[in-house]
Design a protein around this ligand. Sequence first.
Ligand SMILES: [Fe+2]
Length: 200
Amino acid sequence: MYALPDLPYSYNALEPFIDEQTMHVHHDGHHATYVKNLNDVLSGHNELLNIDTKELLKSLDKVPEEIRTKVKNNAGGHFHHSFFWRIIKPNGGGEPKGRLLELISKNFKDFNSFKEKFKDSALSLFGSGWTWLIVNPDGKLEILNLPNQDSPISVDKTPVFTIDLWEHAYYLKYKNKRADFIDAFWNIVNWEQAEKNLNS
Ligand SMILES: [Fe+2]
């Protein structure tokens, strides 16, 4: 069985950048529903209920075809949200350090150019989805838009950090102003966690 992880901070800890009400709806509503739906769709498939979501997303071809899309959407939703809660934190922001900053500078010129490119990409994502910073098997960083709950894990990319661009992530506070949400997001990025993801 899959379980909803607690947030690693309180619901109001990301104020004023992400408001308390959004965190409740997002975690207790949306994320919880992905977990419930994943358990429901996998009931009777015990061998798939006991592996972690990352393994599930890496080997979707092993999932019976008639439930594959539901598994992809809900395992993606569960894994991506669990990942997202850890990639943000109260008093985050600033700049990445160490190997992550080196690679960002190498791939995108410098941190500010990277931020601009990431924001442009996030603004260009049509509909619901996520913008990812991923590292390829050859060590090169890349910014990637993926729709819905399609996962970088399923296409052999290692996620470093991400922003949730489903309207449920920002609409209560930012309404249709996705750009304002992205600007605010830089204040809560947990760059230490991003570097851990890079090195994992
Ligand atoms: Fe979300």
